[in-house]
Design a binder for this molecule. Structure first.
Ligand SMILES: [Zn+2]
Length: 137
């Protein structure tokens, strides 16, 4: 009995990553713009950006770009958001019913809350996690 490898071929769908980098950067920037903190540790900001990307390279790009565009100031491991475009919970948060998993804590949700940004939607989150993500609580 020799393994012939016949008939066990599988085709894997290739993950196209074309221009998704820009998309993640844009959403990361949009998220940073809306943080309701006077200042926060860099580590916290990086933590927040994990919602948008798990790739440290992209996270660094987002932070560099945010500093370049004047969205944040960075010094000694502290970030100060410069813009004051807070999330309006009436206008910028949309909810969807379905089977979701909270991006922040991983718990199951029957209603997902999304931050609806020009750059795209960020979420889903539970009703309390979305407030923590934006720094509201
Ligand atoms: Zn949650």
């Amino acid at each position: 009995m020799t393994p012939g490898g016949c008939g066990t071929q599988r085709l894997f769908a290739s993950e196209g990553h074309h221009s998704s980098m820009d998309d993640r950067v844009e959403r990361g920037l949009a998220l940073l713009e809306r943080l309701e903190h006077e200042s926060l540790p860099l580590a916290d900001a990086v933590d927040r950006l994990e919602i948008v990307t798990a790739d440290p390279t992209v996270t660094r790009t987002i932070l560099d770009e945010a500093e370049l565009r004047g969205i944040i100031e960075r010094e000694d491991g502290i970030i100060r958001p410069r813009s004051r475009q807070y999330v309006s919970f009436d206008e910028d948060v949309i909810t969807k019913d379905g089977d979701f998993e909270c991006k922040r804590c991983g718990s199951g949700l029957s209603t997902g809350h999304f931050i609806n940004l020009e750059a795209g939607e960020i979420g889903p989150f539970g009703s309390s996690c979305i407030r923590k993500v934006t720094g509201r609580e």
